[in-house]
Ligand binder design. Structure first.
Ligand code: DON
Length: 303
C-alpha cells in the first residue's frame, strides 16, 4: 500500500473541511490554537511512519490519553478494573454527570471523563503515581524522550476543573475512588496536558495494532485484552458520536478536545489525525472526515 499517496489524496479531498468547527473553548490556551492546522500520520506495524501536513507539530492530547491509561491499568492490575467501570456507550456528553447517580457511581465506560478518573485512580493505587507512569510509557512507545506535560494547560484544566472535581467527588461518595480526590485530579489534569504530535501518537498506539506487543516486542497486553480495548474504542471512543464514527470510519478510534483522533487497523497500522476545529460533540471535524476518506480509499477497516 502506498500510504504516502493515500495521505496526499486525503489532504486534497478534505481541504474544504479544514478550519470547520471550533477549537475547544473551556480553557483559553486551547481556544487560541489556529483552526486551519491539519496533520495526519500512519504508523505501520513495523514502525515505518508516513505523515502529511502538521504531523510533527505537538498538540494537546487530552482524552486520547484515556486509551493509554486504560491499557496500563489493565496490564498492571488485571480485569478487576471492570468491577469499577462499565463497557457500554453512554449516549451522553463526555463530561456528563447524569447517569452516575442512577448507576451507583459506576461510570458507563473508561473513555468518558468519569470512567477515565476511575482508571487513573486505579493506576495511582497500583504505582503511587499515574501521570509520570503514563508519560514514561508514551516516551518509550513513541521513541520520543522529549515528550512532556504542558504546565500551562494542566494549570488551566485545574482552574476550570469544577466539573471533573464534581465527578470525582460524586464517585468517591459511592466508594469508587480510592485516592484523595485532589491528588487524583492533579494526575488527571497532568495526563490531559501531555503534548504529542500525530507521528508520536501513531507510534505510541501501535501495541493496539500489534495485538498487545510493545515497541520493544515485550508484551503489554494479551491478544484478548488488545481486542477488548479496540472494541471499547469502537463503541465508546468518540462519546455520543461513537455510532456515527463507526458508521463513517469503521475503525476503533479515540478523540480528544485538542482536536486529535487516533484510530487502529488491527494487524496493519495505526493512524493519528489532528485538526483543532471540533464538532458539537467534541470530535475534530476535519479529523473524522480524513479517517472516513482513509477507510474508503484503502478499504482497510474492521468490517
Ligand atoms: O477532562 C476534560 O474535560 C478535558 N481535559 C479532556 C476532555 C476531552 O478531551 C474529551 N474529548 N473529546
Amino acid at each position: 500500500m502506498d500510504y504516502q499517496a493515500v495521505l496526499e489524496q486525503i489532504v486534497q479531498d478534505i481541504a474544504p473541511q479544514v478550519g470547520g468547527g471550533r477549537p475547544a473553548e473551556y480553557i483559553p490556551v486551547l481556544a487560541s490554537v489556529d483552526p486551519s492546522l491539519f496533520g495526519m500520520a500512519i504508523a505501520e506495524v513495523d514502525g515505518t511512519v508516513h505523515g502529511i501536513g502538521d504531523w510533527q507539530r505537538p498538540f494537546s492530547t487530552q482524552s486520547i490519553t484515556k486509551v493509554f491509561t486504560l491499557a496500563l491499568a489493565l496490564a498492571q492490575g488485571g480485569d478487576g478494573l471492570w468491577a469499577r467501570v462499565g463497557r457500554e456507550p453512554s449516549g451522553n456528553p463526555f463530561n456528563s454527570l447524569v447517569q452516575l447517580e442512577y448507576e451507583n457511581g459506576i461510570p458507563r465506560n473508561p473513555f468518558i471523563n468519569a470512567g477515565a478518573l476511575v482508571v487513573t485512580d486505579q493506576l495511582l493505587t497500583l504505582n503511587g503515581d499515574a501521570s509520570n507512569e503514563l508519560l514514561g510509557f508514551l516516551r518509550q512507545e513513541s521513541g520520543n524522550p522529549r515528550l512532556g506535560f504542558d504546565a500551562q494547560v494542566a494549570r488551566s484544566e485545574s482552574e476550570f476543573g469544577d466539573r471533573n472535581a464534581a465527578l470525582a467527588h460524586f464517585m468517591a461518595s459511592y466508594g469508587n475512588i480510592a485516592n484523595p480526590v485532589p491528588t487524583l485530579l492533579e494526575h488527571y489534569f497532568r495526563q490531559c496536558s501531555i503534548e504529542m504530535s500525530c507521528g508520536d501518537l501513531a507510534l505510541a498506539c501501535r501495541f493496539l495494532a500489534r495485538h498487545g506487543l510493545r515497541a520493544d516486542n515485550t508484551r503489554l497486553l494479551t491478544r484478548s485484552e488488545a481486542k477488548q480495548i479496540n472494541a471499547v474504542m469502537l463503541t465508546c471512543g468518540t462519546y455520543d458520536a461513537a455510532g456515527e464514527f463507526a458508521y463513517r470510519v469503521g475503525l476503533p478510534g479515540k478523540s480528544g478536545v485538542g482536536g486529535g483522533i487516533v484510530a487502529v487497523v488491527p494487524g496493519h497500522c495505526t493512524l493519528c489525525v489532528w485538526s483543532p476545529g471540533l464538532d458539537a460533540r467534541g470530535n475534530s471535524v476535519a479529523g473524522v472526515a480524513a479517517l472516513d476518506r482513509f477507510t474508503t480509499l484503502t478499504g482497510l477497516s474492521v468490517f
